[in-house]
Design a protein around this ligand. Structure first.
Ligand SMILES: [Zn+2]
Ligand SMILES: [Zn+2]
Length: 279
């Protein structure tokens, strides 16, 4: 979940904690977009500036204290970028190293001008090639050692980057990515915001989730909330679906160490009552 520092999220962090409490969630992790130096990653309205990092960290620290009385643990993470050109990763790595984050997400935002330019420069034109290169970059990201969980893993299907996304046609490259997640012993994020973004399907697609379950991928879960009333959105629907796919647990990170919890909700009514690691 995000804070107003990102420029496109609303509500104070404590309101997200209150919403979590109301939904029976007792642990949430903020993951604002990491500052990036190159403007093509979207500076205005998408991410905080580098000189706002300290403000972000103290804001989450204050929220964590205030939320104690609610019985909600609040953790401080960051949504870092995955990008094929390592030159842009250096300043980002400094930020990752400079703070003791609880959790680091790895996202390739294919809709950013930075990635669209990379696709253009490398003449990656067709949908099929774009989807293959997207998952290869995610795989490289998984192998980079930077991230605890790979977020919204098929976000390329949104925002018009490709007109058609059929995971079955890209099974090999997607499984290579999943394999890297398993081998590196990191997690993949199930992100319920996909259910609101035009494609009306969870990230990643249930077909990919089925492969992931079979391959032993570990999951974190997030609603990618940009407003308090989105906290825990669709968890009641997604968690029983994940259980059906064969996932028995979820994970969250504190101090970048992974913790396991049982998959909430054998039945939809109980899904909100258990501990949930919300991003
Ligand atoms: Zn955002
Ligand atoms: Zn994202």
């Amino acid at each position: 979940m995000h804070t107003p520092l990102c420029g496109h999220a609303i509500g104070e962090p404590i309101e997200y904690a209150v919403a979590a409490k109301e939904r029976g969630i007792d642990l949430i992790t903020f993951t604002c977009h990491i500052p990036m130096e190159w403007e093509a990653f979207g500076q205005t309205g998408i991410r905080m500036q580098r000189d706002q990092l300290d403000q972000y960290i103290s804001l989450i620290g204050e929220t964590a204290e205030a939320a104690q009385s609610l019985g909600v643990e609040v953790l401080c993470g960051i949504e870092a970028e995955v990008f094929p050109d390592e030159a842009h990763m250096e300043p980002m790595d400094e930020i990752l190293a400079a703070h003791s984050w609880d959790f680091v997400l790895g996202s390739l935002h294919a809709q950013c001008q930075s990635y669209l330019k990379w696709l253009g420069d490398n003449k990656v034109k067709s949908d099929a090639l774009r989807i293959d290169s997207y998952f290869r970059h995610l795989k490289d990201g998984a192998q980079s050692g930077r991230y605890d969980s790979m977020s919204h893993p098929d976000v390329i299907r949104t925002y018009g980057v490709v007109s058609d996304f059929n995971p079955a046609e890209h099974e090999e490259v997607i499984r290579e990515f999943l394999e890297a997640v398993v081998e590196e012993d990191i997690c993949m994020e199930v992100n319920t915001s996909g259910l609101t973004k035009g494609a009306y399907e969870v990230h990643p697609d249930p077909l990919i989730l089925g492969w992931a379950a079979e391959m032993g991928v570990k999951l974190t879960i997030g609603s990618d909330s940009h407003q308090p009333n989105a906290v825990g959105r669709f968890f009641n629907w997604v968690q029983p679906m994940l259980r059906e796919k064969g996932f028995e647990d979820l994970h969250y990170f504190r101090g970048r160490k992974r913790y396991r919890v049982d998959m909430p909700g054998g039945d939809p009514g109980a899904a909100d009552g258990d501990r949930g690691a919300m991003l």
